[in-house]
Design a protein around this ligand. Structure first.
Ligand SMILES: Nc1ncnc2c1ncn2[C@@H]1O[C@H](COP(=O)(O)OP(=O)(O)O)[C@@H](O)[C@H]1O
Ligand SMILES: [Mg+2]
Length: 305
């Protein structure tokens, strides 16, 4: 049995009458890379802030390595790293000065501090940039530095909230190399992202919508669990085709635009549409899974309203 790193039961956060996180049950094993997906405003950051003991739950409970998030926030924070969406480096300090500043925040002694900083500079490829001002760094390098600042104290769990937004593909790949390295060494990682290629590389994914955890599984199983059969049609006029399909068809679970094509999810194995349009039966991508759950979530909301 794998050891549990993060566990929540019915975790809920209300702001006034608005429910930002709605009865979320999560279980993350030690060493797992857990991706947290969901549109803006779906409650990802609020969940993470509760898990870090920075925000108290309105209802439900949560445990980080067995520590209660409602009562042991301070203890939890010693054992976790948190790179928030707004993680701030000091732009008028150099790379080295930022690292030294944060190692002071974690009260690392001078010896530990300098050996740890040396290790992290190497790990994150910041060699030769020690004296650069943070304000002069590219967004990819800045995010790597922010990551180093969040893991100086060797946390056993790391929360990364959209760590690669605004970073170019090469920069994102470099960032993820560090994530893999940390996970291999046993660090548990919970990471939010908008990028499906990044989500694909997580051990498991949680899909949030409107405060609720709609699905939680490995990327492979999420794709397998998508109901029905998926078809793709390439056409000059995808919007017209989409309207036509939505108006006319029985046996269709859902239809939506996907880049320049139309994707159609059907109950039966055959897609029956008028005309001679060639359709191709395809395997769902994570993007399809994501679109499906978000659209289902919206439908449920509309029906409840
Ligand atoms: N302190 C707060 N007071 C009131 N509403 C909040 C507060 N923090 C977040 N929210 C709301 O809760 C919802 C979820 O926000 P958030 O957790 O930041 O979502 P995500 O990280 O998925 O984009 C949003 O509608 C947001 O406006
Ligand atoms: Mg957020």
């Amino acid at each position: 049995m794998k050891e549990t790193a993060v566990k929540t039961r019915g975790l809920t956060k209300r702001f006034g009458t608005f429910t930002a996180v709605d009865r979320v049950d999560l279980e993350i094993s030690r060493g797992e890379i857990f991706g947290f997906l969901g549109p803006n405003g779906s409650g990802k950051t609020t969940t993470i802030r509760m898990l870090c003991g920075l925000l108290s739950p309105s209802e439900g409970e949560g445990f980080i390595l067995g520590m209660d998030i409602s009562a042991e926030g301070e203890k939890i924070r010693e054992d976790i790293g948190y790179m928030s969406q707004k993680f701030s480096l000091y732009s008028d300090l150099s790379v080295m000065e930022n690292l030294k500043f944060y190692s002071g925040m974690y009260s690392l002694g001078p010896k530990t501090s300098s050996s740890r900083i040396g290790e992290l500079i190497k790990l994150s490829n910041l060699e030769g940039m020690e004296n650069e001002l943070a304000s002069n760094l590219s967004s990819g390098v800045r995010q790597r530095l922010a990551l180093c600042c969040s893991i100086l104290h060797e946390p056993s769990i790391l929360f990364l909230d959209e760590p690669t937004s605004g970073v170019d593909p090469a920069g994102r790949r470099n960032f993820w190399k560090i994530i893999y390295f940390l996970a291999e060494k046993g660090t548990t990682i919970m990471v939010t992202t908008h990028f499906m290629d990044e989500a694909e590389h997580c051990d498991r994914l949680g899909l949030m919508y409107s405060g609720q955890l709609l699905a939680c599984d490995t990327p492979e199983d999420l794709k397998k669990e998508l109901p029905g059969h998926l078809f793709s049609i390439n056409t000059e006029n995808p919007v017209t085709l989409l309207e036509h399909i939505r108006d006319s068809n029985e046996g269709i679970i859902d239809a939506y635009l996907y880049g320049r094509s139309v994707r159609i999810l059907t109950r039966g194995k055959k897609l029956l549409i008028p005309g001679e349009m060639p359709s191709e039966k395809i395997k769902p991508s994570l993007q399809d899974v994501f679109v499906h759950y978000v659209r289902e979530g919206r439908k449920t909301e509309r029906n409840a309203a």
